[in-house]
Design a protein around this ligand. Structure first.
Ligand SMILES: NC(=O)c1ccc[n+]([C@@H]2O[C@H](COP(=O)([O-])OP(=O)(O)OC[C@H]3O[C@@H](n4cnc5c(N)ncnc54)[C@H](O)[C@@H]3O)[C@@H](O)[C@H]2O)c1
Length: 355
């Protein structure tokens, strides 16, 4: 098998701290991967003005199988323009329309919900990643005056809506999952979310063996706390997906464990922890490397290395069960707290003994 080239972009803050560990884990698996580091982020931007060099997207599209991404965001860059130019640009220009976010509990002790454990908390969110309210379509009129008007336009294309809904059903079908739920606000957002409802009804007819249900997002947010076991796959737009997956992260151990993929099937795709650059803990050895490790497992699965992906996930589960933990998990698992490096070293050992 030819080597698959992976662009590693650690980014800012805790990004490099967790990426270092993620890459060591991937390297230890002995797979035909070629991991190549890129220094895009706030330091580089402040040094020479580079956000992403010209032609970089084309290089990614042509030569790379995936991007393994840490996090971007730095208080030294007002407005974080470099972060938008790096991460949002890759999501949009590489047309990474599926934001895949599993909300899976790895250990009952991480659940904040009484009586809900591993059996109950295992849903996956398909968030539309290239449209909705995230396209910066809109503007200000009479800005800065008492008569100011601000407009933010939600973009919903038939093509965009159909492909994310189809992807959710396809995922459920391939994994033998029984239920797909769509979250919208079609009772008030009549035009855009009316389109989502119509397309959802059409696509669900093509998958008669899957139970399809459309819900208002507010009702779903409530029900995810009440009975998370009622959900296997959730599909939704960009904004609602953003919010629901933070809720999902909180239900399954927090941002330190939440992993994600930004995917265009058959094309270069990007895998990253859900968390940001966490400037409050950067450089203090407190960052949890598990979200980065699990994002690596998602990337391996996407690249066709299912066995290695499962091994890496088992190692993380074992680490949570019996290894040490960073401070974010201490309230749930108990102390004492260990550093990012200590957890990383243990995880590497766990992985080498996991088959
Ligand atoms: N994908 C991304 O790159 C991404 C995502 C979200 C935020 N950001 C950026 O990151 C910066 C900080 O944003 P924020 O504070 O809102 O979100 P954040 O995710 O960086 O941090 C939120 C809280 O969670 C904690 N946390 C996050 N990751 C952790 C980990 N691995 N281990 C332990 N604790 C962890 C942080 O310490 C902080 O208290 C901002 O510049 C923001 O724009 C980037």
């Amino acid at each position: 098998m030819a080597h698959q080239r992976i662009a590693v972009i650690p980014g800012d803050g805790i990004g490099p701290e967790v990426a270092r560990i993620g890459v060591r884990l991937l390297e230890s698996l002995g797979l035909p991967l070629q991991l190549e580091w890129f220094d895009f982020g706030a330091d580089r931007y402040l040094k020479d003005g580079t956000i992403l060099p010209t032609g970089f997207m084309e290089t990614l599209r042509r030569d790379f199988a995936a991007v393994y991404f840490g996090a971007v965001g730095d208080p030294r860059v007002p407005g974080n323009e470099h972060a938008k130019g790096i991460l949002l640009a890759m999501r949009f220009e590489l047309d990474l329309y599926i934001n895949l976010r599993p909300c899976v509990l790895f250990d009952d002790r991480l659940s904040p919900l009484k009586g809900k454990g591993r059996q109950e908390l295992r849903f996956t969110v398909f968030r539309e990643n290239t449209e909705g309210l995230y396209t910066s379509t809109g503007g200000n009129f009479k800005k800065g005056t008492p008569d100011e008007i601000a407009q933010e336009v939600e973009i919903n294309t038939r093509k965009g809506v159909e492909r994310i809904i189809e992807a959710a059903f396809d995922y459920a079908e391939k994994r033998g999952l029984k239920r797909v739920c769509m979250a919208d606000k079609a009772n008030v957002l009549l035009f855009g979310h009316g389109l989502w409802r119509r397309v959802f009804a059409e696509v669900s007819k093509r998958h008669p063996q899957i139970q399809a249900k459309a819900m208002y997002v507010d009702a779903l947010a409530m029900d995810l706390i009440r009975q998370p076991e009622a959900y296997d796959v959730i599909v939704t737009n960009n904004l609602f997906g953003d919010i629901l997956t933070d809720l999902g992260a909180a239900l399954t151990g927090g941002l330190g464990i939440a992993a994600s993929g930004n995917i265009h099937p058959g094309q270069v795709s990007l895998f990253e922890p859900v968390h940001g650059s966490a400037p409050d803990i950067a450089g203090k050895g407190k960052a949890n490397p598990l979200a980065m490790a699990l994002s690596g497992a998602m990337m391996l699965e996407h690249l066709g290395h299912a066995d290695a992906a499962a091994r890496l996930q088992r190692a993380v589960e074992e680490q949570i069960r019996s290894g040490s933990r960073t401070p974010d998990l201490v309230p749930m698992l108990g102390g004492p707290a260990a550093t990012t490096e200590q957890v990383g070293e243990e995880l590497l050992k766990c992985l080498s003994s996991t088959r």
